[in-house]
Design a protein around this ligand. Structure first.
Ligand code: DGY
Length: 320
């Protein structure tokens, strides 16, 4: 019997072809909706491999059911949806999709800076709503990005790619990270600062750290109060790194000037989430790595990792 592979979203046939050639492959039939939990729990019982999205919770209940599981290939660089310790206990390998999405995600993070600072969503809505009546001296005047100070929280590969872009805008680059990165400082002219200094000195605080026990909820009201009142907060990492009620409060109290968010505590966001009511908040539906080219590379990398493990080889991008 061929090993069974279950894919939790509809992916293009030509990308999963290598799996279909060698294994018994099934796929959830919708692209825009996650597989129901019950279906997944059922499928995992006979699966040797799962190809998952970040919307799937890979916890002890699921791992317990997957008695034959050898690998879970998660189609994301982040893997906070997976209980790594239980996976390790059960001998299930976990892979992610680093590198292939670095530049694309940095593009999106930087565009959130530009959109928020230059009020481009408000501007586009004005013209679409037929409300543009005249050129005016201060019509939708935002703030400059060039020559300002950017503070990057989490100087991994995506953080570095954002720093690289910031240099092109002649920005002063500050960063805070678990450890200092001397080579990066030399290459990118970035300066390591404490978390407090990052908050108080930056015009744009950009969160690009992974979600871990250490980073969960690290941006709360005290942190927003330490930011400049003209400061803009950007999050292109994970929603749970921010206490969303505190961000809403900080915006109401004008502790900060705006926010650009690609991620939220709860995704999809509820339509009555107060964040959607602020004109100075740009909200995007978690599209950091969403280009046709990059998403295809991420899918292919998952396919290659599964192929490798099920044929007795080492996966390319092993997390643990
Ligand atoms: C990731 O890869 O972790 C992103 O959030 C989704 O592309």
């Amino acid at each position: 019997m061929k090993p069974f592979v279950y894919i939790t979203r509809k992916l293009p046939e030509e990308i999963i072809q290598p799996l279909q050639d060698n294994f018994d492959v099934e796929m959830w039939y919708k692209e825009d909706e996650p597989v129901p939990r019950e279906v997944l729990l059922n499928k995992v019982e006979k699966a040797s491999a799962l190809l998952t999205m970040l919307s799937e919770k890979v916890d002890s209940e699921l791992l317990e059911r997957g008695k034959q599981l050898k690998i879970i290939a998660n189609m994301a660089v982040g893997y906070d949806n997976i209980d790594l310790n239980v996976a390790e206990e059960k001998g299930v390998l976990i892979t992610n999709t680093p590198d292939v999405l670095t530049e694309t995600t940095a593009d999106l993070a930087f565009s959130l800076i530009l959109m928020t600072a230059r009020r481009t969503i408000e501007a586009a809505s004005m013209i679409q709503d037929g409300k543009w009546t005249s050129w005016a001296p201060r019509l939708l005047a935002g703030v400059d990005v060039h020559h300002k100070t950017i503070g990057i929280y989490g100087m991994g590969k995506i953080g570095q790619a954002v720093a690289h872009r910031a240099r092109g805008f002649h920005m002063r680059v500050l960063y805070h990270n678990r450890k200092r990165l001397i080579k990066v400082e030399q290459d990118l002219g970035a300066t390591y600062v404490s978390f407090q200094q990052l908050l108080s000195q930056s015009d744009f605080v950009v969160c690009l750290a992974p979600l871990t026990a250490e980073t969960k909820g690290i941006f709360g009201i005290q942190e927003f109060k330490q930011m400049k009142s003209s400061g803009i907060f950007i999050n292109a990492a994970r929603g749970a790194i921010v206490k969303e009620v505190d961000l809403i409060e900080a915006l109401k109290q004008r502790e900060i000037a705006g926010a650009g968010l690609d991620v939220f505590e709860k995704e999809p966001i509820d339509s009555d989430n107060q964040l959607l009511t602020f004109p100075n908040v740009v909200s995007l539906p978690h599209i950091g790595s969403a280009t046709e080219e990059t998403r295809r590379k991420m899918m292919s990398l998952c396919v290659q990792n599964i192929e490798a493990v099920l044929t007795g080889n080492k996966p390319i991008t092993l997390v643990r």
